[in-house]
Each structure stands twice: as C-alpha cells, then as structure tokens.
Design a protein around this ligand. Structure first.
Ligand code: AMP
Length: 412
C-alpha cells in the first residue's frame, strides 16, 4: 500500500515521500480512508505509530477541496509540547497553499496568538485551557469548525481537562467530523465519545494499551537508597550505548534533584517539568534534539509530545503510578519502527505497580538482578506480592545474575 492508494492526492503523497515516509504506517493505512469519507473515527493508537499524519493528511486534503475562511480544523492536545509537535508536523506535511496553522498554548504570549488567529488561521492546534481563554476574550471564533480532533484524549481527561473540553464543544457547530485518538480506552473515554461523536468507526492498531513492540524492556530490582547509584552506573559504565536518554521521575523536585546530581558528574543533562518556563522547556528540547544534551530528565506531563528522533533509551527512574503512563513513556523510544530500550528501576514497593503495567501491556518485563545495588532476586519479590509465576534463570555475566521470566500472557 502506498499513500496514493489510500486516496491521498499526489501533492500529499509527495510531502510524505520528501519526509522519508516510505509507506504508510498501520494507523495511517486504516484511518486515512475513513477520515477522507468524513466519518467520525476513534483511533486507539499509542504514540509513535504515526497517528498525527493519520489525522492531518486526510483532513488537509478534505479542507483543500472546498476552501473557506474561518477556523475549520481544531486539534486539542493535552500539553504544550504535543501542540508544538503537531504544529511542526502540520508545517512539514502541508503542501504550498494550505491553510495557515496557529498553535495556542499556555505560557506563551497571548497577543502573538491573537495576531496569528486574526491573520486567518484555518487550523488551530491548542491546549484546552488556553483556547478557553481565547474563547472567553472572543479572540477566536469556533463557529465554523468542521473537524475536531481530540488527540491523546486519555491524557486530557487524566489532566482534568474534561470541563474545558465540554465548554469548547459548546462553541462548535453540531454538524462536524470528530476524530478521537487515545492510547487507552477507559469508560470515561467511551462516554466522551458517545456524547460527542456520531456512529464513529473504530480503528485499533494494536491491542489496547499494548506497548510498542520495537521497545526492548528491562527492569532492574533495586534498593530505594541505591537508585541513583544504579542510574549513574548504567550511564557511566557504557554497558550499552546510551546515546540519547530520557529519564523519568515522578515529581518536579525529583527531576531537579536528579539533574543536579548528573550535572555534578559532568553529564550533559537538562530537565523539563511544569515549573520550568516555556522558553526553558523549549531550549531543553532543542538541546536534546541537536545532541548537546545527552540526558533529559522529565516528568510525565512535561514529556507528552516529545518527538525526538532516535531516543536510544527511556529510563524510568521512578515507576509510574498509572500503568498507562508506562506505555506513554516507553513510546518515546522505538518510534516509527526503530528499536529502542526501556529500563525501569524497581524498588520492592514498586513491584505491585510493575505487575499492573505487565497486566496492561500483556508483556512480561525481563528482570536483571544486580546484587551490588540491593536488587533482591525477583522471585522473592514476586512471592512477596503473591504472584506464583514461572521463572527461567539464565547465566549472567560478571557480578550480575540475570533472571528472565515469561509468565503466561496476563489478561487485560
Ligand atoms: P506520531 O505517532 O504521530 O507521534 O509519529 C511518530 C513519528 O513517526 C514522527 O516522527 C513522524 O514523523 C514519523 N512518521 C509518521 N508517519 C510515518 C511513516 N509513514 N513512515 C515513517 N515515519 C513516519
């Protein structure tokens, strides 16, 4: 299948070629023909699957068929980074003469955004909170919107955006196309879909919540007090080629603390979290993209929408409390068919969260025990949480004992 066979006109197929997209990804293959018909669509797709182009390309083509003024396409996304990323993708994918696109995000100048909206943006990509500010000031008119995209809808609901989304929905014409993308499907998402969509077609590229298959996942059982030492050991011993590493912490303070420790050890490090200003966050991302920064320490929310090519490793310094966050985190590596590695530091109290993650993804994560970092043998930890699952011990190199287990596929 190529892009033209999906119903895209040559101008769009050529843009894809020039970006080096050899063939459509699965979500593109399934979603593009549906979106071109004007039908509502629910895309259950995790990040890194090519979902942005899956909704942008057919929407751009449909809009170009009957040019009209006003904001015709509205894309809502949970974070500034994701909005910026979608805006960039639009600029890359849009052939000459396409409608202008405005990015509307918190933490950036309101008046610049007002100017961009006044200059006649046909496409608006926004975070819900800031868009609502514009709606209230009447600096944006949403009454001509023909296509609404809710991207990473699960995350928007997790972040408490539902009331803002509902208020925005009240500004939109009833007759429109609605496209909803989500990595996971919860009852809340289904209820949002029921109340906002008309007979949506469902496209699911991988079973719900399934982690990207191109990511090799490893967990290191570790004592709480040895986590930082283990992280430093991993980064400094060059066991593996840690070229571009995204490290997740649970809290902003944790991200600050860890990045200062890494800096003191001469690592090229920066951090990205909600207490950093927008220019600081942008500079951190730029440095990470152009290779000046090797290690970027991030919190979950700040990391949404980070689309940096070739992240070699995602390290979960803290295990996420919500299992869905694990899927989002490791989706930052192994993007678009490349292989990546995800490493998770698991203290004894994290074992339960780790099991919830394995249940959600349906994949067992290999445990590597390094006794010098207080990693109790995984079998003892699993017994402690009442999980009698089969193990297969393998000979490990040096001081590490490598245990791999393959439990039955956990039910979802
Ligand atoms: P997304 O899931 O939209 O965040 O996309 C993930 C990455 O895949 C982005 O860097 C895109 O540029 C890239 N991408 C999207 N479609 C394709 C394709 N058909 N072939 C190769 N890469 C793609």
């Amino acid at each position: 299948m190529n892009f033209s066979e999906l119903g895209l006109r040559p101008a769009y197929a050529r843009r894809c070629e020039s970006l080096g997209y050899e063939k459509p990804t699965t979500i593109q293959e399934r979603a593009i023909p549906v979106v071109l018909t004007g039908a509502d669509l629910i895309g259950c797709a995790e990040t890194g699957t090519g979902k942005t182009a899956a909704f942008l390309l057919p929407t751009m083509q449909r809009m170009s068929e009957a040019p009209r003024p006003g904001v015709r396409v509205l894309v809502l996304a949970p974070t500034r980074e994701l909005v910026t990323q979608i805006h960039e993708s639009y600029k890359q994918l849009a052939p000459k003469g396409s409608a202008k696109c405005a990015a509307v995000i918190g933490g950036a100048s309101m008046s610049n955004q007002t100017d961009a909206l006044r200059r006649g943006a046909g496409v608006v990509v926004a975070t819900p909170g800031r868009l609502l500010d514009h709606v209230e000031r009447r600096t944006v008119d949403l009454s001509f919107v023909e296509v609404l995209v809710l991207d990473e809808a699960d995350r928007m609901l997790d972040m408490g955006f539902l009331p803002a989304i509902r208020r925005i929905l009240a500004e939109l014409p009833e007759k429109r196309q609605t496209l909803l993308f989500s990595a996971t499907m919860s009852p809340e998402i289904e209820s949002l879909a029921r109340s906002t969509m008309k007979q949506p077609k469902m496209v699911e590229v991988s079973p719900r919540g399934r982690a990207a298959v191109t990511v090799e996942q490893t967990a290191y059982p570790v004592a709480l007090e040895s986590k930082t030492a283990l992280l430093l050991d991993l980064l400094e011993r060059e066991r593996d080629n840690f070229e571009r590493v995204l490290v997740f912490t649970r809290t902003r303070r944790g991200a600050e603390r860890l990045s200062h420790i890494l800096l003191a050890r001469d690592h090229k490090v920066n951090r990205i979290h909600a207490d950093r200003t927008q220019p600081q966050r942008e500079a951190a991302l730029r440095g990470f993209k152009d290779g000046q920064t090797r290690v970027l320490v991030a919190t979950d929310i700040a990391a949404r929408g980070i689309d940096v090519e070739s992240i070699s490793h995602v390290i979960n310094y803290d295990v996420p409390t919500a299992p869905e966050d694990y899927v989002h985190r490791i989706g930052r590596t192994g993007r678009a068919g490349k292989t990546g590695r995800a490493i998770t530091l698991v203290t004894p109290v994290d074992e339960l969260s780790m099991r919830a993650i394995e249940r959600l993804t349906g994949q067992a994560v290999e445990r590597v025990v390094l006794p010098s970092f207080g990693g109790a043998p995984a079998v003892a930890q699993r017994a402690a949480v009442g999980a009698a699952k089969p193990f297969r011990a393998m000979r490990g190199a040096g001081s590490s004992s490598r245990r791999s287990f393959r439990p039955r596929r956990a039910g979802r």
